[in-house]
Write a protein that binds this ligand. Structure first.
Ligand code: ADP
Length: 536
């Protein structure tokens, strides 16, 4: 009762619990990994964003600095001297300002100073554009005095940037406008601000309102590329920044994510495999101990039968009620043979125990296989007769010597003959033959019994393994301990030979043991002659 409950506990509670725990562990590990990755990614993004804003501010500052210069030199009280005051330092102090205009409240241009190089028509058309379009919507009333504003507009496919502020003077309000040369900003300012020469940590470009690149290289819109607008000046355009290791970073992140996922899956598999191995080992152990206790029960039973016979005939003899001398002799023979069988059984168990403990040792000497076979068969002579089975023993003439442990080899053959009598009762004859087959001497024990199914032919040589559905003449299961054939195999292999069975179900089985012929003895003169089967 105890065992099944424990097994049920293992298979219905422990195993699902372990699998569940592994699943939960894997889930949380994976989740934490992904979260960490996200955090790492976010911090890279934030750093890049900070960098982009700082870079955008730099441009704004450059333009505002120039606007301040313009503010300083425009004096509404002497507008006619504006160009004189400005132009000599214009190139140095206001490099991107193309022109300065001063307008009154009614949008009349009072003064217009322009840098050399621009054609008059350009200026005239700009003036018209400024008055009628660009400043459209600019309300002087709503404009706090001296507050700098910017307008960034596109007209006829061209980008314009103007800075403007209201300048009060002697009760009148003037509008001062600094006309920035956008082309020049792109050519000179952007490139001087954003071109990093030595080991750039990031790549920068500027795109217009339609996403066309105005400055810089194309950037792949990867995970780490960020874009910010210029806060006050060129506010329709965007500055984009990509960490130059962005792509590498992205692929590294991807690789690490993959690796971590594979690790989590692999370790889960290892844990599950470990649990399965432990369970399989436990099951094997359980089966083994069950086999062992069966074995003890079976052996005790097997010992009982010959012991009972010895006792019975011993008591008969002791009672003195045996009629004839012949009968007395027969009983004595039976007692002798049964006790021999008994000691063979015990020897089997002892030898098996030695093999199990790895202590089996054999005493190999040149010996006569034929003689050993004959002796083994003789042990069963009486029993065969009693059971009406013809036990034939054929030893080929001139059988060469072999290096054998006679006791062990005899035990192996006894096991085979015993099995034949046990499993093939009432089937006529059992034939034991010994002959040279190439480099080996083969001993064959053939019966005409039930035979052994192919799928069992290998397994029956394993310890404790017994065939299925074997029944004796009386229909009762045949007793056995399942160690005989494993011992036979061990003995044959220790001799440098082999043991196997050739069998057809329903036609009988032939068990074969081979031992190598002693080197140099292959052509030896015949030592034993053909030994006829002993007769009663
Ligand atoms: P045991 O005879 O004690 O069961 P063995 O190791 O000697 O153990 O044999 C293992 C199994 O091989 C037997 O249980 C039986 O099923 C099968 N076997 C052995 N000899 C024969 C035979 N001559 N005919 C049919 N089956 C056999």
């Amino acid at each position: 009762m105890e065992r099944p409950r424990r097994e049920k506990l293992v298979s219905f509670v422990l195993l699902p619990a372990v699998v569940l725990a592994v699943g939960v562990l894997a889930y949380f590990t994976l989740r934490t990994t992904l979260q960490l990755e996200k955090l790492r990614q976010q911090s890279v993004l934030e750093a890049t964003l900070g960098l982009a804003s700082e870079k955008a501010d730099r441009l704004d500052r450059r333009i505002v600095e120039q606007d301040n210069v313009v503010h300083a030199i425009t004096d509404p009280s002497s507008l006619e001297a504006l160009a004189e005051r400005w132009l000599p330092t214009a190139q140095r102090e206001t490099p991107t300002v193309r022109g300065i205009l001063v307008l009154d409240e009614r949008r009349t241009v009072l003064a217009f100073a322009s840098r050399a190089g621009g054609a008059w028509t350009d200026e005239e058309s700009f003036r018209r554009l400024l008055v009628h379009r660009i400043l459209d919507g600019v309300d002087l009333d709503k404009l706090p005095p001296d507050e700098l504003r910017h307008l960034h507009r596109v007209y006829a496919g061209q980008s314009y940037l103007v800075s403007y502020w209201q300048r009060p003077h002697r009760g009148r309000r003037y509008l001062v406008v600094a006309w920035h040369d956008v082309g020049r900003i792109v050519r000179d300012v952007l490139s001087s601000l954003y071109t990093e020469t030595a080991a750039p940590s990031s790549r920068v470009n500027v795109v217009d309102e339609e996403g066309r690149i105005i400055f810089g290289p194309p950037l792949r819109s990867g995970e780490f590329t960020v874009g910010v607008r210029f806060p006050t000046t060129l506010y329709n355009w965007r500055l984009q920044v990509a960490p130059s290791a962005g792509e590498e970073l992205a692929s590294r992140v991807e690789n690490r994510r993959l690796l971590e996922m594979v690790m989590v899956v692999l370790s889960s598999l290892v844990i599950v495999a470990g649990v399965v191995v432990v369970l399989v080992a436990a099951e094997k152990e359980r089966r083994m101990s069950a086999q062992k206790s069966d074995f003890v029960a079976n052996v005790s039973h097997e010992l009982k039968t010959p012991l009972a016979l010895v006792r019975m005939f011993g008591e008969l003899l002791q009672s003195g009620r045996v009629a004839s001398e012949a009968k007395r002799q027969e009983y004595l023979d039976i007692i002798l043979q049964e006790s021999e069988r008994l000691s063979n059984l015990i020897e089997n168990v002892l030898d098996f125990a030695k093999v199990e403990r790895g202590r089996a040792s054999y005493d190999f000497r040149p010996g006569d296989v034929g003689e050993t076979v004959t002796r083994a068969v003789n042990v069963y002579r009486h029993r065969a007769e009693r059971e009406g089975v013809e036990l034939q023993c054929e030893v080929a003439e001139g059988l060469p010597e072999a290096r054998i442990d006679e006791r062990a080899l005899q035990l192996a053959i006894i096991n085979l003959v015993d099995n034949a009598l046990k499993y093939a009762p009432g089937t006529g004859a059992i034939r034991v033959r010994a002959a040279v087959e190439g480099p080996v001497i083969a001993v064959r024990v053939a019966d005409r019994g039930p035979g052994i199914p192919v799928e069992e032919q290998q397994r029956i040589f394993e310890r404790f393994v017994r065939g299925n559905e074997l029944r004796g003449l009386d229909g009762r299961p045949v007793r056995g301990s399942g160690i005989g054939l494993s011992l036979v195999k061990h003995i044959a292999e220790s001799h440098g030979g082999a043991a196997w069975v050739e069998s057809d179900v329903g036609r009988g089985s032939t068990f074969v043991i081979t031992v190598p012929v002693l080197r140099g003895a292959a052509g030896a003169p015949a030592r034993g002659s053909r030994r006829p089967a002993p007769t009663a």
